[in-house]
Design a protein around this ligand. Structure first.
Ligand code: NAP
Length: 291
């Protein structure tokens, strides 16, 4: 068997067409969908991620601005900047690029962002919504994985899904989202004993561990769908968590790294930002009718 290689770039492009149309419809009604990204300090990787987000916003007609703050900014001042943005109706989405300097609490920062503008989906309110199946803003990377599965018409109902990686931003929310779609989900992490006993059962195997070559063919069921979220640099090369060349001979579908899940993450940020603008516009209209 040779797997179909899922083209995340092409899927992202097609999803972005729909997002651009929605942004255009908002503009026709006088609303300019807008995202503010806060970048604290001068971490080079963060600067690249922020630049990519700004470029992607421009491509679909979302206005974006970057607020650059020094690495030694007091947490109190950062929280104040966020509160001002919360109270600015023309800003629909707020994102604070992680990681933050060690003296700043990520939790306090995330909880300060208004839940209705939390387009990363990290606020406790949004996490709670996900847990009870009333998702407000799904976190972008798991949302991207879900879109890939939808795009490829991969059935989830009743399927065995194994998610390797249990972080708050990828593994756990993804497991919840797929459980919501009536899959049976196992979540594995670094302390899981005998990882293979879980991966071998998976109809759909999602790997988000940050460990190159973690998944080798012997761990994969023949015909499984394999989604590789991992991003690792090995000898100057970008690779995922899956032995791509080996596993592609056993799987039915596989995502490459790069060009698989990566392009979908930023795309889903755009989707969440347009959704935030649409909801804010609908709420303002209702308010106007009430008044
Ligand atoms: P993270 O916070 O470091 O979490 C990694 C998770 O994997 C943890 O739950 C950890 O277990 C588990 N893990 C680590 N080594 C393992 C092993 N040998 N066996 C089983 N589980 C193991 O990382 P993350 O933020 O979730 O990101 C995961 C990977 O996805 C990274 O490579 C990251 O760069 C990549 N990523 C990609 C995108 C994208 O857009 N493509 C977006 C976000 C992240 P414990 O909980 O026990 O420590």
């Amino acid at each position: 068997m040779t797997a179909k290689i899922i083209d995340g770039v092409a899927i992202a492009r097609s999803v972005r067409v729909g997002i651009a149309e929605r942004a255009g419809a908002l503009k026709a009604r006088g609303v300019n969908p807008a995202l503010t990204v806060i970048l604290v300090g001068d971490d080079p990787a963060s600067a690249i991620y922020v630049r990519n987000k700004v470029r992607a916003c421009a491509e679909v007609g979302i206005k974006s601005e970057v607020v650059r703050l020094p690495a030694d900014i007091a947490e109190r001042q950062l929280l104040e900047r966020i509160r001002v943005l919360n109270d600015t109706p023309s800003i629909h989405g707020i994102l604070v690029q992680l990681p933050l300097p060690r003296h700043i609490s990520v939790r306090r920062v995330v909880e300060t962002i208004s839940a209705g503008k939390d387009v990363d989906g990290f606020h406790l309110y949004n996490v709670g919504g996900l847990v009870i199946g009333q998702t407000v803003f799904p976190p972008c990377t798991p949302y991207g994985v879900q879109k890939i599965l939808e795009h490829e018409d991969i059935e989830l109902e009743g399927k065995n899904v194994t998610v390797v990686g249990a972080s708050n931003i990828v593994g756990k929310p993804l497991a919840l989202m797929l459980m919501q779609r009536e899959a049976t989900v196992a979540i594995c992490h670094a302390k899981t004993r005998d990882l293979t006993q879980y991966t071998i059962l998976a109809d759909i195997l999602v790997v988000a561990a940050g460990s190159p070559n973690l998944i080798v063919p012997a761990m994969v069921r023949t015909g499984a769908v394999v989604i590789d979220v991992g991003i690792n640099f090995v000898d100057g090369r970008l690779v995922g968590d899956v032995d791509f060349q080996g596993v592609r001979r056993k799987a039915s579908y596989i995502t490459p790294v790069p060009g698989g899940v990566g392009p979908m993450t930023v795309t889903m940020l755009l989707e969440n930002t347009v959704a935030a603008a649409e909801r804010a516009t609908a709420a303002a209209r209702l308010h106007a009718i009430d008044a």
